[in-house]
Design a protein around this ligand. Structure first.
Ligand SMILES: [Zn+2]
Length: 346
């Protein structure tokens, strides 16, 4: 990246992208509805016992002060008074979550339908841009002597084809994959256990942070896999984004335990810093906020959009919508966030 002061959000890279991405391509409504139905049903089943849930501090800044934000399907979301992150507490214990992700119908559905049925569109729109983002950052800011790339808990094995095609890394690992890369990708990938992944040049975790019991522990575990100067890349949803701020508890497809952590932009910066890493990039290249708001309001008559938002959507043209989305990206106000962090310490 260009000259940047670590952890100084004002100087950090911000990207603006537009690729004609449509929500329906990567998250088809029929699949999403079924996944949500199964998740809500399974969550009620798996976490019914109050003993399976524990109170937690803010997952981003570790602050203890919070206000109730909203209740969704029996889970209490809170808003951190210090950093504005929104998070579920009490939340299922790490053990209860692991049991859920291993055995629930929702998880099985995710692997069987989601990863495969949307693979082509995801590859075209997301995975190729994830791969070039990571390889470019590695070229510019990584430890070039550490030449292994690993994806954690892979659910889109085609990421390896995209990374392999760029020829930047010597070796590719899939750490404890959710969908095994064997037979799913042409690239040479080794499946390894977390404990065997050490001294790596780059590690990625796409759409995982939001359902971690403890994001800080997750980040520290990723840091432990990296060589000094190695890079950790992750994507997640942020409560600072336009669609979540406007729709709040009515945001479709936000539910537990998929979304335990909706960390704010400010909170994400603090999280990275307190895990002994430095921020290389924190940007929100989301392309869908306005589309998501418009769609949600059309589907759910109980949603009352602020007058300005309704006016923008209904009375202004496609160019205004595009420019507005570009503004959200530029100022880190979209809800799809991506982060690149560098390991500084052993
Ligand atoms: Zn906080």
């Amino acid at each position: 990246m260009q000259q940047q002061t670590p952890n100084s959000p004002r100087l950090m890279k911000r990207v603006v992208v537009s690729s004609g991405l449509r929500e329906a391509d990567i998250r088809p409504p029929a699949l999403m509805s079924e996944f949500k139905r199964l998740s809500v049903h399974d969550a009620a089943e798996y976490f019914r016992d109050p003993a399976s849930r524990v109170e937690t501090a803010c997952p981003a800044c570790d602050g203890a002060d919070r206000d109730p934000a909203f209740d969704k399907y029996g889970f209490q979301y809170n808003r951190c008074r210090a950093c504005g992150s929104v998070f579920v507490s009490p939340r299922p214990t790490a053990e209860a979550l692991e049991n859920y992700y291993t055995h629930s119908n929702a998880s099985r559905f995710r692997v069987e339908h989601f990863s495969r049925d949307t693979a082509k569109a995801r590859r075209y729109h997301l995975l190729s841009s994830h791969a070039s983002w990571m390889c470019q950052a590695y070229d510019e800011a990584g430890n070039r002597e550490a030449r292994v790339y690993a994806d954690l808990y892979t659910h889109s094995p085609l990421i390896f084809d995209e990374v392999h095609a760029l020829g930047v890394f010597d070796t590719l690992y899939s750490v404890d994959p959710i969908l095994s890369p064997q037979g799913e990708t042409q690239a040479p990938v080794r499946v390894v256990a977390e404990s065997a992944a050490r001294g790596l040049g780059a590690v990625s975790a796409f759409e995982k942070m939001e359902h971690q019991f403890a994001p800080a522990a997750f980040l520290r575990a990723a840091a432990a896999m990296l060589a000094p100067g190695g890079l950790f890349f992750f994507t997640t949803r942020t409560i600072s984004g336009f669609d979540l701020q406007v729709l709040w508890d009515k945001t479709p497809y936000i539910f537990a335990p998929e979304h335990l952590n909706l960390m704010s932009i400010e909170g994400l910066g603090q999280l990275v810093a307190r895990c002994g890493m430095e921020l290389i990039e924190l940007s929100t290249p989301g392309q869908l906020d306005l589309q998501l708001v418009e769609h949600a309001a059309r589907q759910d008559p109980s949603i009352e959009l602020p007058a300005f938002v309704r006016y923008l959507i209904e009375e202004r043209d496609a160019l205004a919508h595009e420019d507005f989305q570009a503004f959200l990206q530029k100022h880190r106000l979209s809800s799809h966030v991506r982060v690149a962090a560098r390991k500084t310490k052993e």
